[in-house]
Design a protein around this ligand. Structure first.
Ligand SMILES: Nc1nc2c(c(=O)[nH]1)N[C@H]1C(S)=C(S)[C@@H](COP(=O)(O)O)O[C@H]1N2
Ligand SMILES: [Mo]
Length: 551
């Protein structure tokens, strides 16, 4: 113990015994929280200058997502929907605030303890940022250092403001008593001390708030929105052909049933699933795609290379493995890109390369068997969705779209590299988290209208309609059953090809009472979807979508 520590300890004890005017727990905790806020705001601000690198809060939340035990991930099957992301960030902030409050309380013993706590927190932030695919150790170190210094600075200032006259007096008195002298306290009212403390903490808290806001604004300036807006897609004859197919399909009476999902889902309505807390903002000018691993000659492509070659256009239905029977994590869009195997062939795939793995700029990975890319299915290195450059949330500038495979094994957004490997040597992101290594999309059908639990009118013609999908196989037949009645063949909408879902419809006149409605589809291989119910984990939900309606 140094003499200063001894004095502080003595002063603390004295204060407790004699006056009780040491810094209150409330003030100390507040000072800690303001210091924590200052640290995070400073970190986020510096990180925003270094965008697209994540700041400490996002990086820590990213690590929580990556390292969450399987049961948490299973529980949050759509942990990757928006609500879960917001909850995760708020959770990270609340835990940080609790830790910071504890650092504040500990600082009453010695500021060094609080400073050490902030330092330890900084180390966690440093690690979280350093291992982040979108940051680097150097940037992480600098950002964490600034955050820690800001935090310690705020802690020191608020403590000084709080105990300024009072604790200084206590120290002076302890010293005086230790020296056997009489201590005469200067006249200081507690109110003065409280005002000083409130002034400083309030001011610093406001500064942290401004810092966080500024960080947010600054980060928005690094958005890929402008770059995306200036993209010129390659012209293609196919674009017009597909557009007229879609236009015709939309004229089909089945497509006009009110409440049915459109055959091509507009970009803004398309489901979104990913682990990205900050949507990657990729500058297409400096972006490249590398193809490496078990190839004869690794290749690198720029965005312009791919844009110029992206003339293949195909509607493909994409589905998430975590889609429940009847769920909406599925959609059909028209994708434009370069056939994957064209690029693979340029690199020269070695015979032993049994898996195509791919990686996103944010470090997410997946993989599927090489054979599948070569079996004739639609497999695109896609640059556009529904005639527009890929929306940023859907993978701008470039993503993969492989017909017939769930997104988690194939559909890498914000694609950065494709590495040829073997099935044994590599597992994508979701595989160690308990999802199946192979992810063919199961044949499914869904009732869009009437809605589950809704009320229908007796003896009024009531459409029962929805969509059915078996990408890469196509849908040949959809049947509907009301109560224990016969299975009725539904009328099918136009086909956009075997990769697209198909709209279906029957007209029904409800009799009085509750009714159960079920649907089942038969795919292009002649197989009828299984009635056996399965949960999404580990390889996709199955079962017939069944609803009950009332009259
Ligand atoms: N980089 C990245 N790509 C990803 C994912 C992800 O988490 N990160 N999720 C995959 C999953 S699970 C699905 S279902 C599809 C969803 O694509 P969408 O959001 O465009 O609908 O993206 C896939 N591509
Ligand atoms: Mo998914």
């Amino acid at each position: 113990m140094t003499t200063t520590d001894a004095r502080n300890a003595m002063a603390g004890r004295q204060a407790h015994e004699s006056t009780g005017r040491e810094m209150s727990a409330l003030k100390a905790a507040t000072a800690g929280i303001v210091a924590g806020a200052g640290a995070l705001a400073a970190g986020e601000l510096i990180a925003a200058f270094a965008a697209p690198r994540p700041g400490p809060v996002t990086a820590v939340a990213n690590r929580v997502v990556d390292n969450a035990p399987t049961f948490v991930v299973d529980f949050g099957k759509d942990l990757f929907g928006l609500g879960d992301k917001v909850a995760l960030i708020i959770g990270t902030l609340i835990l940080s605030a609790v830790a910071a409050a504890l650092f504040g309380l500990a600082s009453r013993r010695s500021l060094k303890i609080g400073a050490a706590g902030i330092g330890a927190f900084g180390l966690i932030g440093f690690w979280a940022m350093a291992v982040d695919a979108q940051s680097s150790a150097g940037a992480a170190f600098f950002i964490a250092l600034v955050a820690v210094l800001a935090g310690i600075g705020v802690l020191a200032i608020t403590f000084r403001a709080a105990d300024g006259p009072v604790t200084k007096g206590l120290v002076a008195r302890a010293e005086a008593e230790a020296n056997g002298k009489t201590y005469v306290a200067p006249v200081v009212t507690p109110a003065v001390s409280r005002r000083t403390f409130l002034g400083w903490t309030g001011g610093l808290a406001a500064l942290a708030g401004f810092g966080a806001l500024a960080a947010q604004n600054l980060r928005n300036r690094f958005s890929a929105t402008e770059a995306r807006a200036s993209v010129q897609l390659a012209e293609s004859q196919t674009a017009e052909e597909v557009a007229s197919l879609v236009a015709e399909a939309n004229m089909n009476p089945v497509a006009q049933v009110s409440g049915i999902t459109p055959i091509v889902v507009p970009n803004e309505d398309f489901y979104r699933i990913d682990t990205a807390l900050l949507v990657p903002q990729v500058d297409p000018a400096s972006w490249t795609l590398t193809i490496d691993g078990l190839v004869d000659e690794p290749k690198t492509y720029t965005y312009d290379d791919l844009l110029a070659r992206a003339t293949t256009i195909a509607p493909v239905t994409l589905s998430c493995v975590s889609n429940e029977v009847g769920g909406d994590l599925v959609g059909n869009a028209v994708w434009q890109g370069v056939p994957l195997i064209e690029l693979l062939d340029e690199a020269g795939v070695r015979p032993e390369a049994s898996q195509i793995s791919s990686r996103s700029v944010d470090g997410w990975t997946c993989g599927f068997p090489t054979d599948l890319a070569y079996d004739g299915r639609t497999a695109l290195v896609a640059v556009a969705m529904n005639g527009e450059p890929l929306p940023i949330e859907h993978g701008f500038p470039v993503r993969l779209v492989i017909s017939g495979l769930y997104g988690y094994v194939s559909a890498t957004k914000w694609l950065s590299s494709i590495t040829m490997t073997t099935l044994e040597d590599f597992n994508g992101y979701w595989i160690p988290r308990g999802w199946s290594k192979s992810g063919p999309i199961k044949t499914e059908s869904r009732i869009d209208t009437p809605r589950i639990g809704s009320t229908v009118a007796v003896n009024e013609p009531t459409p029962i309609a929805g969509v059915a999908w078996a990408p890469n196989k196509g849908i040949d037949r959809v049947e509907v059953q009301v109560d224990d009645g016969p299975w009725l063949d539904a009328e099918l909408g136009d086909s956009l090809g075997i990769n697209s879902w198909r709209q279906w419809h029957i007209s029904w006149e409800p009799t009085p009472g509750d009714h159960q409605i079920r649907v089942r589809a038969t795919d292009g291989s002649g197989e009828t979807q299984t009635e056996v119910r399965a949960n999404p984990a580990p390889n996709g939900a199955s079962g017939w979508h069944t609803i009950v309606v009332r009259t």
